[in-house]
Write a protein that binds this ligand. Structure first.
Ligand SMILES: Nc1ncnc2c1ncn2[C@@H]1O[C@H](COP(=O)(O)OP(=O)(O)O)[C@@H](O)[C@H]1O
Ligand SMILES: [Mg+2]
Length: 219
């Protein structure tokens, strides 16, 4: 589903942050992306979400060579990807419900068809009492859960999550991990960037580890 071949990335004239990355992400697969702070995890997620172009090498996503795609085609491909950004990126003028429902609206579904789905997911992630709240009144952990709900609601083909358990207690982290595992079992490829070793120890999954710019794959 995704293929990286000799991908390198540098910001501006700086040093190469990622070097010679060659690896695949298969459909319906689950992997953790780890490595110390500053290793390039968020950078690699940006490459996967097509918001950053590699300095060299080839990235194939959903059978498309991403270097030759138009901006419009990139936008269409992105609809098949759910993302949890480290800084959440919720829309402050929309309620939690409307933030989470956004991907479904983009797909053209009307509110009657998804009301229960969205409400149920919000209850499941513990935001039942905040369905009609605006993001500015939510705590960091609550925003994170809203961002996760938004990323998974439309059952994307690929889910990218950047430190998705960074702001919650271990018990909730476990619950969120279960949500990602369920999503994976229903067919989504999942990539979770984390440096939380306790979290990775809870699920026996493939690991992509970044170190000194190189990637090591442990199947
Ligand atoms: N926009 C940017 N411009 C310049 N350097 C950046 C930028 N974003 C990240 N970096 C640098 O790239 C390296 C990898 O960062 P990042 O991908 O955020 O790592 P991680 O997510 O693993 O902590 C770091 O040295 C960071 O300072
Ligand atoms: Mg990061």
């Amino acid at each position: 589903m995704i293929h990286f071949e000799n991908v390198g990335l540098r910001y501006g004239l700086g040093p190469e942050i990622l070097r010679d990355l060659t690896f695949d992400i298969a459909p319906r697969s689950f992997q953790f992306l780890s490595g110390p702070s500053g290793a390039g995890k968020s950078t690699l997620l940006r490459l996967l979400f097509l918001t950053l172009k590699p300095t060299r090498g080839l990235i194939t996503l959903f059978d498309h060579d991403t270097a030759t795609l138009s901006a419009d085609s990139l936008a269409v491909l992105r609809r098949r990807i759910g993302v949890v950004f480290q800084d959440f990126r919720l829309l402050d003028h929309l309620t939690t419900f409307d933030n989470v429902a956004l991907p479904l609206r983009v797909l053209g579904r009307d509110e009657e068809s998804y009301y229960e789905e969205v409400a149920e997911l919000l209850n499941w992630v513990g935001l039942g009492e905040h369905i009609w709240s605006l993001p500015p009144v939510l705590s960091g952990g609550e925003k994170q859960r809203a961002a996760i709900a938004r990323a998974v609601i439309a059952r994307p083909q690929l889910l990218l999550a950047d430190e998705p358990t960074g702001n919650v207690d271990p018990q909730l982290a476990q619950r969120l991990l279960r949500l990602f595992i369920e999503l994976n079992k229903s067919g989504t490829s999942v990539v979770i960037a984390t440096h939380d070793i306790a979290l990775m120890d809870q699920y026996d999954a493939r690991r992509l580890v970044l170190h000194d710019g190189y990637i090591h794959v442990y199947d």
